[in-house]
Design a protein around this ligand. Structure first.
Ligand code: NDP
Ligand code: 8X3
Length: 254
């Protein structure tokens, strides 16, 4: 029987690329995000290209009741979730802490920490009940390092790093694997969101180097979730070849 993967934030970037790659490998998918039209388009494409089943669930992961309702109301055949990819997340703003926008901080904390907790709290009991599962958390190199102006975003990804370790301990006796994937510089809609639609500034993030692309992370996720059941990849950090640490990149002059 085909495995079921629930991917949060599948309307763009890593989540979308992961949906495409897992579909190619025969997974049935529950795809989530706020932009319902994009979910519908992706679902139609994946059904047509790969003959898999896809269920779209559009909700804002910051809305606790909406998350709970989405999982509670899953049709019976969709409740045996094998893989949960906790991917939905964002950075908003890049300022020194004393100049930061508190609304931006709340968006990041509510999405990157509380949203992950809401969906995991709803899905993990289904995995416990069935006696297996695999949770893949998308952290960041910002989860173990901090860069100037990254303050609150880095704090949320440090929280993800701590939660990944905590989940792994709590899920141990339930045969549930917990893996964390921690990318560095990666070109998606991430910088466009961080800079609130300023496309020029977003583009400059990747000036002079070849960043990671969403497909690179999707391939890592596919590898992680297709290991034999006795193997758990706990933590995988990936950077572009041109990045050594959060703050140290090698850029070709233009
Ligand atoms: P994108 O902006 O391309 O994708 C983000 C996804 O998250 C979208 O599908 C978006 O869906 C979803 N999302 C955001 N907020 C919400 C919300 N409130 N409710 C539901 N879904 C939401 O960025 P990436 O693919 O790059 O980001 C994915 C993850 O990877 C994030 O957790 C990010 O922190 C992490 N990451 C990114 C890196 C990068 O440099 N790009 C590097 C390291 C980690 P929608 O807007 O439709 O709701
Ligand atoms: C995104 C990576 O370091 O550009 O998590 O903020 S970073």
């Amino acid at each position: 029987m085909a495995q079921i993967a629930l991917i949060t934030g599948a309307t763009s970037g890593i989540g979308k690329a992961t949906a495409e790659l897992l579909a190619q490998h025969g997974f049935n998918l529950i795809i989530t995000g706020r932009r319902a039209e994009r979910l519908d388009q992706l679902a139609a494409q994946l059904r047509q290209q790969h003959g898999i089943e896809v269920l779209c669930q559009s909700f804002d992961i910051r809305q606790r009741q909406a998350v709970e309702r989405a999982v509670e109301q899953l049709p019976a055949q969709w409740r045996s979730i094998d893989v949960l990819v906790n991917n939905a997340g964002l950075a908003v703003g890049l300022e020194h802490l004393h100049e930061g926008q508190i609304d931006d901080w709340e968006r990041m904390v509510d999405t990157n920490i509380k949203g992950v907790l809401y969906i995991t709290r709803s899905v993990a009991p289904l995995m416990v009940a069935q006696g297996h599962g695999h949770i893949v958390n998308i952290g960041s190199i910002a989860g173990t390092q901090v860069y100037e102006n990254g303050n609150v975003y880095c704090a949320t990804k440090h929280a993800m790093h701590a939660l990944s370790q905590g989940m792994r301990q709590d899920m141990l006796r339930h045969n549930i694997r917990v893996s964390e994937v921690r990318p560095g510089l990666l070109e998606t809609e991430f910088s466009l969101v961080r800079f609130k639609g300023d496309a020029d500034r977003a583009k400059r993030t990747y000036d002079g180097l070849t960043p990671l692309y969403a497909h690179d992370i999707a391939e890592a996720i596919l590898f992680i979730v297709t290991r034999p059941s006795h193997v758990c990849i706990n933590d995988m950090e990936l950077t572009p070849t041109a990045q050594a640490t959060s703050g140290l990149t090698f850029r070709q002059p233009r």
